[in-house]
Design a protein around this ligand. Sequence first.
Ligand SMILES: *[C@@H]1O[C@H](CO)[C@@H](O)[C@H](O)[C@H]1NC(C)=O
Length: 308
Amino acid sequence: MHPLTLFLSISLPLTLAQLPSSPRFDLTKPSYDLFRHKTLHDSTVQQSFTFDNTNARLFVSQRRNGADSSLGNLCITQLDFSGNQVGYMHLTGFGHGVSFGAQAVGTSTYLWTEVDANSNGYGTRLARFKFTSGTSLSASSPTLQKFKPIPAATEFTCSIDPVNNRLIVRYHLSGSGKHMAVYTLAAATAGDFSSPLVNFKIPTITTLGGAFQGYAAHGRHLYLLWGDSYDVTGGGVNSQVATVDMNTGLLVQGPTLTKAGESLVFREAEGMAVYRTAAGQTRLFLGFASGVAGDRRSNLFFKNATIG
Ligand SMILES: *[C@@H]1O[C@H](CO)[C@@H](O)[C@H](O)[C@H]1NC(C)=O
């Protein structure tokens, strides 16, 4: 055997960068408003949001009114890009809603969410189902496709890179913390999780201490969001964003303070997503909840300046 062949056969699975290079968002550049102060179907804080990029639809998750968060009962509101309500679904026993994805199938949207909430209200599998406005689904519904991409993992959430059609899975390994694995959306839809494009432990990142609030991916980069409401910080801004290179698993920018929506009441960082406009501008969206208890509002901002 040629020595190089031996070298490659040993080192390829561990070291080869699997995701092609791509520009990354510059987190130090300003954020712009998509909308502020929009109501969702239920009145709790938003948890996250996602775009069906093909059909230009926006979906926002929140805990259902009156439901303890340990139940994992979620509401998904569909909004137009001005923030007007278009529809909603109720999900029973799914999870916390910290991240989810939307996949176009023709003119339909299929959602990818966590499901089978554990006693803390976090999903223990992923589910895929058609968004059908005005309907409710329980975690035991036979219409759900369910997946456990990493058999040893105990909790899952996901996100979709809508530009590159990849499923980004964040999972918890007991004793080893949070990891990310990336799959082609085609393989994931077929239930094939045998060949992740990358699979790595999220690096330890020293932040100002805000709660973890969401993630999104575009190309080879993963974006992470942290932050607490003004109720928790006593009025200070501690929302931060950071970029991780998914080929190396290393931090490449941040954590950077973001003051997007600084003047909002309450202002809790809640969710991230990527969207590419019809004109071809790719945007990294940051979400924030605002307003008072019983009347929380949705606010979305985006960054679009890139490096590389
Ligand atoms: C980002 O979007 C804003 C608002 O639409 C626009 O003014 C700006 O030119 C865009 N910047 C880039 C780099 O695309």
